[in-house]
Each structure stands twice: as C-alpha cells, then as structure tokens.
Design a protein around this ligand. Structure first.
Ligand SMILES: [Cu+2]
Length: 208
C-alpha cells in the first residue's frame, strides 16, 4: 500500500548525531533504592521498557536481548533518527518501528531493496516498510534468524538515518551486518554504518 517514493521528501541531509556518542550513564543504580522485601515473586527486569522519551540511557543501558523492542522514528531539530540506534531482541523477537515525527521508512540492507548490499544474515528475509507518514503508525518485523541486521530510512539514508538490530547472541565474526561499509553507499550511510558496527560490537563484547 505504501509506495516507496522518496521524491516528496527531498533528500534531507541532516546528520544523525544528536543521539549518538557520549557514554550515557548505564550505571543508574535504581535497583535497590527501594524496599525490596516481601514480594519475592516480582522480578522487575528492566529489559522491557524501551522508552521513546528522553533519549537517556536506553542507548547504553540494555545489556541483552529483549522479547520486543520499540523503535520510534523521529525528526528533531538536529536531524532524523531511529532510536535506539541498536535494538537487541531474542530469536523470535519483534521490533516495532513507530512513527513519532516526520516521514520515514525502515528497510533492510539487501539486494532486494534497490540493489543495496546485503547487510543482514544469509538467508534472512529483508523487509521494507515503504514511507510511513502517519503519526503513531507502526511497522513490525519478527526476527527468526540470529544475527546482525542493518537497515536504513530511504529518504534520509544519505543523512545517516540508519539503525541495526541484533538478534540473539550471534558470533560477531561472521556477520554481513558487521562488514566494512560498502563504498557504493552514500558517505553519510557509510560513516553511520561504521558507528553502528562499533556499537554492535560493543554490545556483543567483541573487540579486535
Ligand atoms: Cu527518515
């Protein structure tokens, strides 16, 4: 239904820098600050609330795969973003992209999508949402193949509106999604992919 026509959204080139960088405090010790006695049954694991709001520590605070991650697509004064940039789900888990502001799309790096390089696991299905421009509209993908997936927003690809999904606990050595950024891609996409590779490697505890 949603035709992928980028023309209306003339190549915005704002970089997506506002939410990257800096090491957010992933330490926030909210754990034992409050009464922890009696109810032993309630384990409030905070793997779930991946909030769209205030872009604080959700980029760095998570330390493992969740069943479901929500990724708002944002347009802000400082550019266009997927947030968080790296979503980490279990095998069989889902990612839901939600339009917060602006008009965006999410599509896997794969030859099926405009002849782009494959940056998802071998044999995994690519996706392409087409342009989403209705506030609150969502697009959901279920990930059954372990690995690292890179994706982009077609209208803002050159501006670096890219993101990654980690599924399961893959071996970082063998992932198309962690390859060197292909030189056929726009420069803004290449540099964002380098950043994403770094973030994903960090989450997977993979250092050279
Ligand atoms: Cu976009």
């Amino acid at each position: 239904m949603l035709a992928l026509s980028g023309s209306a959204l003339a190549a915005a080139t704002a970089g997506c820098t506002g939410l990257t960088g800096g090491t957010a405090d992933d330490s926030t010790t909210e754990e034992d600050g409050h009464h922890d006695d009696e109810h032993d049954g309630t384990t409030e694991e905070d793997g779930h609330h991946e909030e769209e709001g205030d872009g604080h520590d959700d980029e760095h605070g998570e330390s493992g795969p969740a069943e479901h991650v929500e990724v708002p697509m944002l347009t802000r004064d400082d550019g266009h973003h997927f947030h968080p940039h790296v979503a980490w789900v279990e095998v069989g888990g889902t990612v839901t992209w939600t339009l917060d502001s602006g008009a965006h799309a999410t599509a896997a790096y794969h030859p099926d999508n405009g002849d782009r390089p494959q940056r998802i696991p071998d044999g995994a299905d690519p996706w392409d949402s087409g342009i989403i421009d209705e506030e609150g509209a969502t697009f959901e993908v279920t990930f059954d193949t372990e690995g690292v997936y890179d994706y982009y927003c077609a209208p803002h690809e050159a501006g670096g509106m890219l993101g990654s999904v980690i599924v399961g606990e893959p071996d970082a050595h063998d992932q198309p999604g962690l390859a060197e950024p292909q030189s056929s891609l726009p420069e803004g996409a290449q540099s964002k992919l380098a950043d994403l590779n770094e973030m994903v490697n960090e989450k997977l505890g993979h250092t050279h």
